[in-house]
Design a binder for this molecule. Sequence first.
Ligand code: FES
Length: 362
Amino acid sequence: MDENWIDVGAAELLRTQTLQRHKVGRLEIALSCVGDKFGAVHNACNHAGGPLGEGALDGDYIVCPWHQWKFHRVSGLGEPGFEDDRVPAFPVKVQSGRVLIDINNATGRHRAPHAPHPLARPIVRGDGPIRVAGLSTTAMDPQAPRYSGSDDLLLSSLKAATDDGCDTRLIKLNDLKFRACEGYYSKSAHACTWPCSITQMHAGDELDAVYEALVHWADVVIVSTPIRWGQASSLYFKMAERLNCIQNQVTTHNRVMIRNKVAAFIIVGGQDNVQGVAGQLLGFFSELGFHFPQFPFIAHSRGWSAEDMERNVVAVRDSSALHEGAAELARRAVELSTRLLDTAPVVKLKRGGRKAHGTTTD
Ligand code: FES
C-alpha cells in the first residue's frame, strides 16, 4: 500500500521515554525507544485490550500492564514461543529530527488460539443430587492443627447433608496456596477477568478449587468463619477479594454467573459481633448472586467479657444444640436449593447486580 508517513513528534523529545502511549489521529500506539532505535506497535494488547504503551519494557519486549503478556516493541511479535500472537507493528523512521510512522503499512494483528482455562467453560448444572460445598475459612498452623469450633459445626452441616442424600465437598482455605487479589480492577474494570487474572497467569494458584465449587459444582455453599477482632477471618477476606471477579462480570459483561444457588453461614467467636460478621457475609454473597434460606446463619459467641477461650472451645464442641443447629442450617439451605432448582431452572433478570447497569442479563 502507498506509504503514509505521519509525524508523531520531535525525536529529541520522544527519546526521553523508553515507552509511552501516543495518539496519532484516532490511532493509539505504544512508542518505544531503546538505544536510539524507535519502535511503534498498536497500543491494544491481544489479550484483553490492555494499553501496551503504559506497560514496561523487558529488553525489547513490551510487558502489558494488565496481565503481563509480552510483545516485541519493533516487530509486534509475541514473546518466544508465542510469536504467532502478534500486534500490528508500524514502520518508523527519523527524518530531519522528527519521528515518522507509516500508518498504511502496519503488519497484521493475529490472535493465536489459546486453550481456554477449564473454568471458562459454560456454566451448566449437571444431573444428580443437590451438591453442598463446605468452605472453611479458619486459619491455623497445618503442622499443629487445633480444634476449631467453626470447622466442627461445618462438619455437622455437611454430615447432615450427606445423610440426606446430598453430594458434599469440604474445602479448607487453609489448605490452599493462593495469592491475594492484586487489584486488576483498579487498573481497569476490564483487566479484572473471568477466570480471575491471577488464576490464568499463575498455574500454581489454588483458588481455582473455590471458583470451581462456587461457580460450577455446588448448589449450596456453607461458609464457616471464626470472629477475629469483630470481623470474619483474614482468610475469608483474602478469598472474598479474589471473588470480586465473579461479581465484576455483572458489571463489565452483564453476566450473572451465580444462579439459583444458596449460601448459608456458620459464625463462631469467643467474643462479640456476630451480627456484624453476618451482615458482611450476607452482603457480599448477595452481591455474588446467591439466595439465602430463612434464618441463613447460625452463630455462637460468649460475649465481650469472655476471655477464657478454652471454655468457648469446649462449649462449642459439647453443645448438641449448636451441632443440631448446624444440621438444620444445612437442611434449610438444601430445601431452598431443591425448590429453586425445581421451579426456576433459568431466571432471566431485567437488571443485574446492585448497580443494575444495562438492560438485560444473559
Ligand atoms: S495481558 Fe494485555 S490485556 Fe491481558
